[in-house]
Ligand binder design. Structure first.
Ligand code: HEC
Length: 145
């Protein structure tokens, strides 16, 4: 019997500490992205990962419906056809690209936007690190719907 109480106390302490805040998940989620070697990628949307990456985009984009800045709103961007935000003045290159923003296409675009879409007016050099791009897309996927 002597060992029962300390165990119960330990559990009581451990449970709240392990409880997760659903608003700030930080665990990789599987993505529909394959890298050059055919490996399927996961991305971590958490504070230190995807959320931090997204800070670079916030200068020009929001994830809110109808709120455009220098760039169009990225609300529900995944699965949307390029150039389809009402009232945003896109470049011809973007508007007429015919690209659908799947996770895979976004991952490739964000490596070097003007390489993927020559003539885009998105003035952003790109994110070289493949995992950082995956983390960013996980964040967008979670927060843009
Ligand atoms: C300096 C401002 C700027 C930054 C920083 C920026 N963008 Fe953009 N983005 C734009 C502009 C402007 C467009 C419209 C491009 C066009 O019409 O050619 C755009 C277009 C896009 C599109 C296509 C939208 C559509 O409706 O077709 C996506 C996706 C996108 N940006 C994602 C991002 C992400 C993710 C980041 C952060 C890594 C980012 N952008 C950083 C300005 C920016």
């Amino acid at each position: 019997m002597r060992s029962v109480l300390p165990f119960a106390v330990l559990m009581a302490l451990a449970v709240p500490a392990a409880a997760e805040d659903p608003a700030a998940p930080s665990a990789p989620i599987p993505l529909e992205i394959k890298d050059a070697s055919g490996n399927q990628l996961s991305g971590d949307p958490g504070k230190e990962k995807g959320e931090t990456q997204f800070k670079q985009c916030q200068v020009c984009h929001t994830l809110e419906d109808g709120v455009n800045k220098v760039g169009p709103s990225l609300y529900k961007i995944i699965g949307r056809t390029a150039g389809s935000v009402e009232g945003f003045n896109y470049s011809k290159a973007n508007k007429e690209s015919g690209v659908v923003w799947t996770e895979q296409n976004m991952w490739e675009y964000l490596q070097k936007p003007n390489g993927f879409m020559p003539g885009t007016k998105m003035a952003f050099a790109g994110i070289k690190d493949p995992q950082k791009r995956a983390d960013l897309i996980a964040y967008i996927q979670l927060h843009s719907k």
